[in-house]
Design a protein around this ligand. Sequence first.
Ligand SMILES: [Zn+2]
Length: 394
Amino acid sequence: MENLSLYLLLLVAMGCGWGLALFTGRNRRRLRHSRDIFDDYFVGLNYLLNDEPDEAIDTFIKALELNSETVETHLALGALLRRRGKVDNAIKVHQALLARPGLESNFTDATRLQLAIDYISAGLLDRAERLLNEILNECSPMKWDALRHLIDIYQTEKEWESAISCSNQLLANSAYKRDPEIRVAAANFCCELADQLLVREQLNKAKEHARMSFTFDRKSIRASLLLARIEQLLGNYKAAIKELIRIRKNYPEFTGAILQQLELCYARMDASADFGKLLADFFAQSPDSNVLLALARHKKKFTDSAEALSFLREHIQQTPSLPAIVETLGLQLPSTDSEIQVNFSLLQQAVKQLQQRKAAYQCHHCGYESKTLYWLCPSCQKWDKIRPLPATRL
Ligand SMILES: [Zn+2]
């Protein structure tokens, strides 16, 4: 639809060009020029009708003389070429425009921006960065678009500090201040830096950056998980538990992702009984299959297998999941005779394999499924759109 309106725009532009040349044709040269445009107009139109848009665009570019009236049409043609994958040609069109002497400043910036987008599409990120920074340094009205593209470049190049700096500049504009995508991306840039610092064991600096994430997205799951991990490494188990419980409160679907860390924190505080109570509270609030499994394992470890089995039998129909079925089979194995034990074992293996093949996460934006949690969706390139799939999905 967008392409169709552009083609129509081109036809109108060509028609106007021809008309203008004809009516202002006071001499033979101009009249001949108007006839050339007229011919090219119909050649281009013929290409469009024959569904050959690339040839049509090439014809229009050749026919449209570059002057102040046709700059916008050339810009539209260049963008159209890029969208059709002809990035080299788009670069040529935009470079020719920029080289034109006396180009008005608003068109210069618009052309620079389009050329920068061409360079990004061609993977020439250094050149794109240079052009975008020129727009930024001249405080052009295009500066906000330049910042958006610079953020994309710094994200691709993993230059997180530059990406944060550009995000801050963009968020200073009231039009972007509440843009959730920019805020969530900036929070993740801070987490990327925190992750790097964590690997280098610079725990306090990592904590600072994880906290900085909350200035962009105060409910950032990734920042809370990171902070919990850092507090745990610093021996601040109560602070880690607080952070993990905050995740469950804001995003109950992430309960399965926090249970292991919670268990470890309580164990380090020598308070495993409190962990059992917490699990029971969680299960009373909402019968989650991850909590069911954790509670059964807790009962097995601190009470006995019989109680764990009876608990699972009581609740497994209500919240069925493959891990809970594997656990139930495992608990039943010792009480069966040897022949049944062999069959049970085979069944347990089959269920385990089935479970390993299943995706555990899904992107809420594009539907991409994965076994591991990605903060940036590898398919649609959106941040924080991947969520755990319910374990009850058999
Ligand atoms: Zn996605």
